[in-house]
Design a protein around this ligand. Structure first.
Ligand code: URA
Length: 224
C-alpha cells in the first residue's frame, strides 16, 4: 500500500479524518448492518464529503438586507456551471444530497458496468446535455462510493476532459479508495482533486477493495 502511494504525485488528494466519519464507516463495513442502517450511515458521511469537495467553488459578493442592516455577503458565483456526475448505479446514492446542497447543478448520469474478467468499464449510458457552453468555468463532481481499480473513474474523468473541462475543476468523490485507484487517476490526471473518506489496503483478485465493505451497489439497493 505504501509503495503505491509513495509513487503518487498528487497533492490534490484529501482523505477525511473525523471520528464521526470513521464511526459511520465502521457501521457500513460490518456485514451484518442492514440496508436501512447502511444508507443512513452513508448519508451522514456524504454531507462531509460534499462540503470538502465543494470548498474551492468560486464565490461572489452580493448585497443583502438583514433585519438589522444592509450588508455584503457571498454566494456561489453565478458565472459557473456545476455538473454532478454519479457513476451508475452506486454513485446514485450521493445524488439526493448533491441536489439538496447544489440545487442549481446539472445531474449527468454516467452508466458503466464492470466486465468481471477484464475489470474494464463497459459504457451503457452517457446522455450529455449538448456541448458545454462554458467549459472553462464548468466544475464537475464525479461520484462513486468505491474508487477501486480506477478504470471507470479514468473513463469518467476522460469524458469531461475531452470536452474541454479543466482538470483542476474536476473532483472525484468517493467513500473508500484503494491505492491502486488513486494511483491510476493521479498518474493520468495529476491535477484533478480526489476527496475520499477512507484509504484502504489494496484490491483483491476480483477488483474488490480490501477490507472495503463488499459490493456497494448491492448493499445500498439491497440486492445481495
Ligand atoms: N465496487 C464495489 O462495490 N466494491 C468494491 O470493493 C470495489 C468496487
Amino acid at each position: 500500500m505504501e509503495t503505491a502511494l509513495k509513487e503518487t504525485k498528487n497533492a490534490n488528494l484529501t482523505i477525511l479524518s473525523h471520528p464521526l466519519i470513521k464511526h459511520n464507516l465502521t457501521v457500513m463495513r460490518d456485514k451484518t448492518t442492514t440496508t436501512e442502517v447502511f444508507n443512513l450511515a452513508l448519508k451522514r458521511i456524504t454531507y462531509a464529503l460534499f462540503y470538502e469537495s465543494t470548498k474551492f467553488l468560486p464565490t461572489e459578493d452580493i448585497k443583502v438586507e438583514t433585519p438589522i442592516k444592509k450588508t455584503t455577503s457571498k454566494i456561489i458565483s453565478k458565472n459557473i456551471d456545476i455538473i454532478v456526475a454519479p457513476i451508475l448505479r452506486a454513485g446514485l446514492v450521493f445524488s439526493d444530497i448533491a441536489q439538496e446542497l447544489l440545487p442549481f447543478a446539472h445531474i449527468h448520469h454516467l452508466g458503466m458496468y464492470r466486465n468481471e474478467k477484464t475489470l474494464e468499464p463497459i459504457w451503457y449510458y452517457n446522455k450529455m446535455k449538448g456541448k458545454f457552453k462554458n467549459p472553462e468555468n464548468t466544475y464537475v463532481f464525479i461520484l462513486d462510493p468505491m474508487l477501486a481499480t480506477g478504470n471507470s473513474g479514468y473513463d469518467a474523468v476522460h469524458n469531461f476532459v475531452k470536452q474541454g473541462i479543466k482538470e483542476e475543476n474536476i473532483v472525484f468523490m468517493s467513500l473508500i479508495s484503494a491505492p491502486e485507484g488513486i494511483e491510476r487517476l493521479s498518474k493520468a490526471y495529476g491535477k484533478i482533486r480526489i476527496v475520499t473518506a477512507q484509504l484502504d489496503e489494496t484490491l483483491n483478485e476480483k477488483g474488490y477493495i480490501v477490507p472495503g465493505l463488499g459490493d456497494a451497489g448491492d448493499r445500498i439497493f439491497n440486492t445481495l
